[in-house]
Design a protein around this ligand. Structure first.
Ligand code: PEP
Ligand code: MG
Length: 328
């Protein structure tokens, strides 16, 4: 087993017919980079920076954030790092940081979380952006905004980024001017307006964990209704398909970083829908790579076409399990 994994590590994630698939990893701390690379990741597609805040005893300073990001960049030795700005709130709360009003929200997942919280706490947001920009001279860093639901929100976030760049400029502090800026597609409104958004960002990353919960109105952590929470829901698949298509039309990169990308049952479907970049949890990398190497794009397209004719998650899942089972 160890030998198979070692051999797999040096082989690229290409389909049988030679289509290259970008396999990146999701991390919460820079310490995980070593594991991600040893499992074959070609970069980090999602760095959940809020964990720096969740783990710290007090709010991390700009310098502490800067050093943490530099540590991550150095660990990657030239491979890309997508830093997602703070995604606090809802299930990820920090007492020092979150306004007490947040604790009284009746619907925290629909409340002041993530980019919304940042846009209402500009010093917090700007401090993080400064740290990211300062670190960006050390390697190929990208910035990604979470939970964008509205174009005005994206434009505001980009404006603040420009302000921070200007401040750095004035202070003679270096940063990468053309740092790529992307957004998560994890709210149905953003998915439905993907083509508009695609003209305003350099890349998308589809966050199915949230996209599913907001599409089917099922709290992603509620056990009682867990059976209704499904990546195989035809409505979810339609949204993903449209987002990929919008990115293709606008010629921007699109990746998928929700748990769905780590689940081998969905690999063929996603490739068939046109997805060429996955960002997944490090332990799942070898299995997904092996699967990618065992299929052809044509075969995946047939799977996607077949799935588009189904009307229930059960039907979709049964079929996908069967197809994956034939290969693995
Ligand atoms: C997602 O929503 O799919 C995602 C990747 O973000 P998180 O799980 O951190 O909310
Ligand atoms: Mg999310």
């Amino acid at each position: 087993q160890a030998k198979i994994l070692r051999e797999l590590h040096d082989k690229p994630a290409v389909t049988k017919d030679g289509t290259e698939i970008g396999l990146q990893a999701n991390i919460e701390f820079p310490e995980e980079i070593h594991h991600a690379l040893s499992n074959g990741a070609v970069g980090i597609g999602l760095y959940r920076t809020e964990f720096l805040y969740l783990a710290a005893e007090s709010v991390p300073t700009e310098q502490q954030q800067y050093e943490t990001y530099v540590q991550a960049i150095q660990g990657l030795e030239g491979r890309p790092l997508t830093i997602r700005t703070l995604d606090l709130g809802a299930d990820k709360v920090v007492e020092d940081l979150t306004p007490s009003s947040l604790w009284n929200e009746r619907n925290p997942f629909l409340g002041c979380r993530s980019i919304r919280l940042c846009l209402q706490n500009l010093p917090l947001f700007k401090t993080q952006l400064r740290a990211i920009l300062r670190a960006s001279v050390e390697g190929p860093v990208k910035i990604m905004f979470p939970l964008i639901s509205n174009v005005m929100e994206l434009r505001q976030a980009k404006m603040i980024l420009s302000d921070v760049k200007e401040d750095l400029e004035d202070q003679g502090i270096g940063y990468r001017e053309d740092i790529p800026v992307g957004m998560m597609i994890e709210v149905p409104s953003a998915a439905l307006q993907a083509l508009t958004f695609a003209h305003e960002v350099d890349f998308f990353s589809i966050g199915t964990n949230d996209l599913i919960q907001y599409t089917v109105a099922v709290d992603r952590g509620n056990e009682r209704i867990a059976s209704l929470y499904s990546a195989a829901h035809p409505a979810v698949i339609t949204l993903i398909k449209e987002v990929i298509r919008a990115a293709q039309r606008a010629k921007i990169d699109v990746s998928l970083c929700g748990e769905m990308a780590s689940d081998p049952e969905f690999t063929m479907l996603l490739i068939g829908l046109g997805l060429r970049n996955f960002s997944i949890t490090p332990p799942a990398l070898p299995e997904i790579k092996q699967l990618i190497r065992s299929v052809s794009v044509d075969q995946c397209r047939r799977v996607a076409r077949k799935v588009s004719g189904f009307d229930s998650n059960r039907e979709v899942l049964n079929y996908l399990k069967g197809e994956a089972g034939k290969i693995m």
